[in-house]
Design a protein around this ligand. Structure first.
Ligand SMILES: [Zn+2]
Length: 297
């Protein structure tokens, strides 16, 4: 007997789907003139102040000061990186993946912004460069630079495999931020740089192989002073499932699909930043509906 598909319940007040508007001059729109100038100027015009590689299956934290540009690049082949961002001076303000999905998109690229947690809620970075922007949407509805999923972690790994593994992205990020006196509780939902993901017809999250080639990069402008941390995912280019069907394939060694990632930080000449304004938080009064006692009533 064939199973009948449920008929979606008709709402009492039907509407067309609606989204947040990041253009049209609304509150989420912003003047892109300065950012376009930064994108068009050669990196050789900016001063490289920090450059390093993150080896496979590890993590590293670094600082990016307000007004600097940070580039994450593939240096040995395809590799997924899990990125966390905090306000350098107050780790309670950190990137908010879920709100960024709502206000921007679930996969971000040039001119998208990453928003911070409440009560701060401001754009802490603006994406300047993305060599994979032309990946677009593939035959499985996959897109690049993922905010839908989050980091791999040893708890889910234990749940699904019964094994302990200490070099998941969560653990790599935990080790990375230890020098900054942050802990496991500070590590948060990530941006999966260079990672292809989507939702299938059954509304289930999927991952696909990373399409990056050596030299691809994802680059952002720091709107505030940032502490950044990046993990080189132990799944490498994610061409081999980390668990479930295919993960036990003896012909494949996950280490063969792991590569380091590069990081570069650039000082920007002040002349390129004329007219730029730092992001501000919404001026909410902060009462949250609490009725205050009126002493003179
Ligand atoms: Zn990972």
């Amino acid at each position: 007997m064939s199973q009948l598909l449920p008929i979606p319940r008709a709402p009492k007040n039907p509407t067309r789907p609606w989204t947040y508007d990041t253009n049209s001059g609304g509150p989420l729109d912003f003047d892109k003139t300065i950012y376009k100038t930064l994108m068009s100027t050669s990196r050789s015009l900016h001063k490289l102040v920090n450059k390093f590689e993150i080896p496979i299956r590890t993590g590293q934290a670094w600082e990016v000061k307000q007004g600097q540009i940070c580039r994450i690049l593939t240096v040995g082949g395809p590799q997924v990186g899990d990125l966390n961002l905090w306000n350098l001076h107050d780790p309670r303000e950190r990137m908010w993946a879920a709100k960024t999905r709502q206000l921007q998109r679930s996969h971000i690229s040039t001119f998208d912004r990453i928003w911070s947690t409440l009560p701060f809620l401001r754009p802490i970075v603006t994406i300047l460069g993305d060599t994979l922007a032309d990946y677009g949407i593939d035959e499985d509805s996959g897109r690049c630079h993922d905010l839908l999923g989050t980091r791999c972690d040893p708890y889910v790994n234990r749940l699904l495999t019964g094994q302990d593994f200490d070099f998941s992205c969560h653990s790599n990020l935990v080790r990375a931020v230890m020098p900054y006196k942050l802990t496991e509780f500070d590590v948060h939902d990530v941006l999966n740089v260079f990672q292809i993901t989507g939702l299938n017809s059954d509304d289930r999250y999927f991952m696909k192989s990373c399409p990056a080639r050596e030299g691809d990069y994802f680059e952002f402008f720091a709107e505030i002073d940032l502490l950044c941390a990046l993990s080189t995912c132990p799944g490498g280019d994610l061409s081999q499932p980390l668990w479930g069907p295919g993960s036990e394939d003896a012909d494949k060694n996950p280490l063969d699909v792991c590569n380091p990632l590069g990081v570069e930080v650039y000082d920007v000449d002040k002349k390129y930043l004329e007219g730029w304004k730092p992001p501000i938080s919404p001026k909410y009064g902060g009462n949250h509906g609490i009725t205050l006692k009126k002493w003179n009533n």
